[in-house]
Design a binder for this molecule. Structure first.
Ligand SMILES: [Zn+2]
Length: 185
């Protein structure tokens, strides 16, 4: 986890009580900058309310309710905000937690780790290293050999089914040409 030190300084979400201090909406103060940023207005229209809440407000979906906790398809899980590839389906395992769980990343640098002391406990928060979207948490009780359990909200993820390589001949079906009018002369 070479990125840990650099990514240590994540501004915590302020308690709800501080929200009424007159800041114009949309000016959440975030000192940390990410390689990719998206205007909140765009995200509010592009994402579902649950996706926005989890990724932008560090929310947590209810266990066993997410789209992918019971998904076993082959493919790649991506960041729902910026589409960065995060996890592959062959690293997904059934943790019984009700959230999609992975024992490894596609690349170490694809996820940023930070300390999370919310709810009176210490957890390691996982975020997309490209756009900062909140993903979930990392625990050390995963299966061997990594021993890691990336406990991720479905709402933070997109899914790209594994592409089947084109096989056989046939090629592209020429279905786009408009039907020619029959000319019988
Ligand atoms: Zn992202």
């Amino acid at each position: 986890m070479s990125g840990f030190n650099l990514l240590h300084l994540v501004t915590k979400s302020q308690p709800v009580a501080l929200k009424a201090c007159g800041l114009p909406s949309g000016t959440r103060r975030k000192k940390k900058t990410w390689p990719r940023t998206f205007p909140p207005e765009e995200l509010r229209t592009r994402l579902t309310p649950a996706q926005y809440h989890v990724t932008q407000e560090r929310g947590t979906e209810s266990a066993f309710t997410g789209e992918y906790h019971d998904c076993h398809a082959d493919g790649t899980y991506t960041c729902v905000v910026c589409s960065a590839p995060l996890f592959r389906s062959d690293k997904k395992f059934d943790s019984g937690s009700g959230w999609p769980s992975f024992c490894d990343l596609i690349k170490d640098e694809s996820v940023a780790l930070s300390d999370d002391f919310s709810y009176g406990m210490h957890r390691v928060e996982t975020s997309c290293s490209q756009c900062g979207a909140h993903l979930g948490h990392l625990f050390d009780d995963g299966p061997k050999p990594t021993g890691k359990r990336y406990c991720i909200n479905s709402a933070s993820l997109g899914f790209q089914p594994k592409e089947q390589p084109p096989r056989g001949d046939g090629g592209q079906a020429a279905g786009t040409s408009p039907p020619a009018a029959a000319t019988e002369l």
